[in-house]
Design a protein around this ligand. Sequence first.
Ligand code: ZN
Length: 315
Amino acid sequence: MPHKLLKLLLGSYQWLASYWPVLMPRGIRLYTFEQIPLFMKENPYITDGYRARLQSKLCLKSIFVLSNETVNIWTHLLGFLLFFLLGVNDMSTVLPASGANREDYVIYCIALFCFQVCMLCSAGYHMFSCHLSEKTCHRWLALDFVGISVGILGCYIPGVFYAFYCITFWRQVYLVTALALILAVFLAQIHPHYHSKEWRHQRTAIFCSVAGYGIIPAGHWVWLNEGLGSAVVQLFLPRVIVMYLIAGAAFLFYISKIPERCFPGQLNYLGASHQVWHVLVVFLLYWWHQTAVYIMKFRHSQPCPPFYTQPGLID
Ligand SMILES: [Zn+2]
């Protein structure tokens, strides 16, 4: 019975989607999976609703057309707006009220800039993935990957900066290492096969390594703070764990193509795995921003623990 109800719901929204193209601008039409160029064929479970073979101007116009990329485009355009507004609010209200110094402003500017770049690169890729030129589509895909790396960097910077607030040496070590890793990913992108379908697994492994690397500074931070029993670890470690859980869930949707794999052709416009990935990425960055605000306030309200003030442990 629940399966029947689900089918009915899916059917009714597919029906709505079929009437939407009445409002479609001239020169834009939607294609089925069989009709699109080979380089666009990524997900066979999304069977319809493809924009294809469009000039740049029509790619831009097509963001107002209900296609299988509409949710992907708008989740990250709205995500960009969210992080822009959070930036304005941080600079005008949150940071001044928390007694922030110049370093805090720099860290928040960099992190929020990274989040906005991540959102814009992704929205841009989904806008122009229907471009006439295969080369243009691949360039936008490359930019999407750059955006993901920049987004990860935006998580590392405030995380490491406030976790190692009292130990400049380790703060520098982990910030430089994270930056080096991101630069290595950029360099890897120069490889001619990097964006090919054959390199999908290598790409996934690289991104997982860069994101998973954060477990090392996190573990070190727990150890420096005298283990899981300490108050500061109990305060912040759950937030780090939640961040990794969201990232893990987002990644599972991304690679498994679930749920559309279970309902081929039923989730062309809404509910597909890539849309869930987008929503979870926005939520993850928002969660990390809130964590950064929380830990920044904590650092300004508490002096560094005596452990760090022993000679040789601080600079
Ligand atoms: Zn995407």
